[in-house]
Design a binder for this molecule. Structure first.
Ligand SMILES: NC(=O)c1ccc[n+]([C@@H]2O[C@H](COP(=O)([O-])OP(=O)(O)OC[C@H]3O[C@@H](n4cnc5c(N)ncnc54)[C@H](O)[C@@H]3O)[C@@H](O)[C@H]2O)c1
Length: 465
């Protein structure tokens, strides 16, 4: 990224600050109302009436926790109607009829859903190891797809999903809903406008401390080889005898899940890539361990990842540090922060908080001084004593009351793209750019090696070493 771009960006942020109209010009969907006293700006969407004159008929494949949440949100988007549900556990199919009506068709076989001509699109919320196969089959059947994150279970599976999207006239969106939020959109604009100067570092974490937070889900009393379609569950992976724990707590096992990085880092990558315009890191290192949840799981409950992002046309080189801790006594929080030469911002789905140095250049900053043209040949003398701390200004940008939230926005964007034959941000290429470094954390952790990834040509460079 050139110095000029950064300087222009900073000027643009400052000009907007003076006018008090941040946001109004860059992304028309976000407007702000300023409360100067509290240093708070309300984020509001404008120009969306959410009406629809044509109906999209959808089906859900994988009706567990997230599939249910996805569907409950999707059907609040005007014009979306759920007509069928597929799941491998009979209890979930019975629940689907209770929740969404007796006229909903139910099946254990997703291929029956894909054969139906009256279904326009599917939500795929199965465990990770089925994402690629069902997404590709759905697109090849002419269905648009909303597939949960991570887009794929293994790094080798990404190209097949991208190819299926390119081959078929359908929309596919991956389910890291945060990037469609007002908070993420605002952060993207603030970074572009130079609110934190030149980006050099980002960090994020997920902290949890509960059995369900650590994937110890309840196992239904009636779980058995009769009520569960176990053979289908393992059809594309290692065959094993029926195991209810593996089926209902699939995240703990590598055949089906993608560990904490595939489950949670991936959300942070998606938001970070959306805000910065990045396509991903080229160096990936992960470490961690199994500290507490020694319940037979095959994946760590604490993981740290470090990532190098090389300079591109749209952002400078920067470093990223991510962490997941399932034994975090501070409880359930998550966090994404970006740091630049002039400040930092924490990015949430409904809020952005910018901390900015009150002066753009500290008169005592020897580096800034040395970058200035020499004043009358006088040499600058570094004087440690005169350096003073500059207290940062804090500005909050928060979603106004009534905001429908990231999840709604994500489904609304998906439905709009399907109706208009448009496009979505989190398409298969974006989804792969976010999934790849998350999946490579597992390769780094389990093989004790630094992974090199080429995010342009979508290739692991040191796969064979
Ligand atoms: N976007 C988010 O915030 C978010 C949050 C949670 C989970 N997720 C993602 O959603 C997906 C599902 O997670 P979950 O927590 O809902 O899991 P879950 O175990 O609650 O639900 C998965 C469901 O899929 C069914 N299933 C398994 N294999 C199937 C197959 N081949 N065909 C049809 N149904 C099948 C299971 O019976 C189960 O009901 C995962 O990929 C996860 O990463 C995303």
């Amino acid at each position: 990224m050139s110095k000029t771009t950064n300087e222009n960006s900073r000027r643009s942020f400052i000009t907007n600050l003076t006018k008090g109209v941040i946001g109004a010009s860059m992304i028309p969907a976000v407007v702000t109302a300023k409360d100067r006293k509290r240093n708070l700006e309300d984020l509001i969407r404008s120009g969306q009436n959410y009406s629809a004159n044509d109906q999209l008929q959808i089906a859900l494949i994988g009706a567990g926790g997230m599939g249910t949440a996805d569907t409950n949100t999707a059907i609040t988007v005007p014009g979306i109607k759920l007509i069928a549900v597929c799941d491998l556990y009979d209890g979930r199919l019975a629940d689907a009829k209770k929740k969404w009506g007796n006229d909903i068709a139910t099946t254990r076989d997703y291929r029956e859903i894909l054969e139906r001509k009256d279904i326009d699109a599917v939500i795929i919320a199965t465990p990770d190891h089925w994402h690629k196969d069902i997404s590709v089959a759905a697109m090849n059947s002419g269905k648009s797809v909303y597939c949960e994150k991570p887009m794929v279970h293994d790094i080798t599976e990404g190209p097949a999903v991208i190819a299926a999207r390119n081959k078929n006239k359908v929309i596919m969106q991956v389910g890291s809903q945060g990037l469609s939020s007002l908070g993420n959109e605002k952060a993207r604009q603030l970074l572009k406008d130079g609110a934190i100067g030149k980006l050099n570092y980002a960090e994020g974490f997920w902290a949890r401390m509960s059995p369900t937070g650590a994937w110890q889900y309840p196992i239904p009393e009636d779980a058995s080889a009769q009520t569960v379609g176990w053979d289908t569950f393992v059809a594309n992976t290692k065959k094993r005898p029926f195991d209810a724990t593996r089926f209902f707590r699939w995240r703990n096992y590598r055949d089906y899940g993608t560990g904490v990085s595939g489950d949670l880092f991936v959300h942070l990558f998606s938001s970070l890539h959306f805000v910065t315009g990045s396509i991903g890191p080229d160096k990936i290192m992960a470490t961690g361990g199994l500290r507490y949840w020694k319940d037979g799981r095959e994946v760590p409950d604490v993981m740290l990842g470090m990532f190098d992002y090389p300079e591109t046309q749209v952002h400078p080189a920067f470093n990223l540090s991510l962490r997941v801790n399932f034994v975090d006594g501070t409880g359930g929080t998550n966090y994404l922060r970006m740091v630049g030469s002039e400040g930092s911002m924490t990015v949430e789905w409904d809020k952005v908080t910018v901390y900015r140095n009150s002066k753009n250049i500290d008169a005592n900053d020897p580096l800034a001084k040395s970058n200035m043209p020499a004043a009358g040949g006088k040499e600058y003398v570094y004087d440690r004593k005169s350096m003073s701390m500059i207290s940062p200004d804090k500005t909050e940008y928060a979603a106004a009351e009534g905001y429908k939230g990231a999840h709604f926005d994500h489904f609304y964007n998906w439905a709009t793209a399907i109706r208009n034959n448009g496009s979505v941000v989190e398409d298969p290429l974006f989804g792969y750019h976010a999934a790849a470094p998350a999946l490579l954390c597992n390769d780094s952790y389990f093989n004790n090696k630094i992974m090199q990834w080429d995010p342009v040509n979508l290739k692991v460079i040191n796969n064979k070493s």
